[in-house]
Design a protein around this ligand. Structure first.
Ligand code: ATP
Ligand code: MG
Length: 146
């Protein structure tokens, strides 16, 4: 499905509704993985901030560009225990993600894993990976395909 989001507020709403759907979509034996595709500044981290806060997390979400991976513990009332936010921009292969504990986090059904620049680690993405494509239209407008 394709949508035009005319401002931050609309991106926020989209992220919340995507979060609500995701919270009902547990898988057996594997994490829910969401690949966030799109250029620099297209809105992947902005989406993630609202997605994480929709689960009741009060902590501020910041870009994991320099640390690769950030883990948010979810409040008890949720179906999942953690959201793991990965920025694969600086990685060159799935192998490097494996070195960062990928097998353990991706096989835990209590995890939701959001990945920016998933194409960098395309070889290890599970076949159930949900995909969202973000595109810059103008300063305040983004197009998304999901
Ligand atoms: N409708 C919109 N949706 C999302 N972001 C928007 C929108 N309008 C303006 N912006 C701005 O665009 C920027 C998006 O930056 P963001 O860090 O989310 O991009 P990114 O896709 O994560 O980039 P990177 O690949 O560098 O990590 C933010 O400064 C945000 O405020
Ligand atoms: Mg980002």
């Amino acid at each position: 499905m394709k949508k035009i989001l005319k401002n931050l507020k609309e991106m926020e709403k989209f992220a919340e509704s995507f979060a609500n759907k995701t919270s009902d979509s547990k898988l057996a034996g594997e994490a829910v993985v969401v690949g966030l595709y799109g250029d620099l500044g297209s809105g992947k981290t902005t989406f993630t901030k609202s997605f994480v806060s929709a689960f009741g997390v009060k902590q501020t979400v910041t870009s994991p560009t320099f640390v690769i991976e950030k883990i948010y513990k979810l409040p008890k009332e949720n179906n999942f225990k953690h959201i793991i936010h990965i920025d694969a921009y600086r990685l060159n292969s799935g192998e490097e993600m494996k070195d960062l504990g990928w097998d353990k986090i991706s096989t835990d059904p209590q995890n939701i894993i959001l990945i920016e620049w998933p194409e960098k680690i395309a070889d290890i993405l599970p076949k159930n990976t949900k995909k969202i494509y973000f595109k810059f239209v103008d300063e305040n407008t983004r197009e998304i395909i999901f």
